[in-house]
Design a protein around this ligand. Structure first.
Ligand SMILES: Nc1ncnc2c1ncn2[C@@H]1O[C@H](COP(=O)(O)OP(=O)(O)OP(=O)(O)O)[C@@H](O)[C@H]1O
Length: 241
């Protein structure tokens, strides 16, 4: 197993406020990590810190052996981070197709998996293909989320960060999205970190899991181990979901 992400003793927050304290997390190439925790425990702050959108106070982040924490936010996408933030930052004044073609870039040399292009995103999300010429403002919440995932994919990242991808979506759309995420990670082998409020659905498609509480990692192990231990899930997350 080749290690892709190595986060060591990370402290980060907003301004002087420290939210994450001494967080260490590892992820192997081709694996998916479920990042869980109750509300306000620092999950989004962790994702934002990988993307370079918080203030890092200490620690290191290495992606494929390169020091990511030294890079400004605008260079992290080129370094391999495909970030889908909670607020789905699509360009609302552009069409679906323009959103995808504006950011598409070829994969790095030596990449084994097939390259993501707008055409492949349309194949993954047929709903988006039907709305190619619609503006971002004309999309439903689920379609916006699909477009946000598509935009991250066409950057051909080495690590996909999905922050609560299913939040606020209708159950049928959640199923569609989870199926697509499973395909991206399981079949295409893209490494990912997924933050979610519904642990069972995400644990089922993840290899490993980490649980945050008050900005520190209070549990890490296999996703299966956590999924099969409702008592531990209850202890860590409040309810055996
Ligand atoms: N922009 C910000 N400026 C200052 N503090 C913030 C900011 N965003 C989040 N925080 C604080 O950081 C802490 C962790 O928030 P974060 O959003 O990372 O948690 P979370 O685990 O993702 O929560 P949720 O599941 O509710 O999204 C909270 O106390 C929150 O108030």
């Amino acid at each position: 197993m080749t290690e892709l992400l190595k986060v060591e003793d990370l402290s980060a927050g907003y301004g002087e406020a420290v939210v994450l304290n001494g967080v260490s997390i590892r992820l192997n190439e081709g694996e998916t990590l479920a990042l869980l925790g109750r509300n306000g425990t620092g999950k989004t702050t962790f994702m934002n810190t990988l993307a370079g959108a918080t203030r890092q106070h200490g620690g290191t982040i290495a992606l494929g052996g390169a020091a990511l924490h030294k890079l400004p936010q605008h260079e992290r996408a080129a370094a391999g981070i495909g970030w889908v933030p909670q607020e789905r930052n699509i360009f609302k004044s552009l069409t679906v197709d323009e959103n995808l073609t504006a950011v598409a870039r070829p994969a790095r040399a030596g990449r084994k998996a097939a390259m993501w292009t707008p055409a492949r995103v349309y194949e993954l999300f047929p709903r988006l293909a039907e709305r190619k010429t619609n503006l971002g403002t004309q999309l439903s919440g689920g379609e916006q989320q699909m477009l946000a995932v598509g935009r991250a994919l066409v950057l051909n990242p080495t690590l996909l960060l999905l922050d609560e991808p299913c939040e606020g979506l209708a159950p049928i759309i959640v199923q569609e999205l989870l199926k697509a995420i499973r395909r991206i990670t399981r079949e295409e082998g893209l490494s990912a970190i997924i933050v979610e409020q519904h642990p069972q659905a995400i644990l089922a498609i993840s290899d490993t899991a980490a649980v945050l509480d008050r900005g520190t990692v209070v549990h890490s192990g296999t996703a299966k181990g956590l999924q099969e231990n409702p008592a531990l899930l209850d202890k860590l997350l409040g309810v055996a979901r």
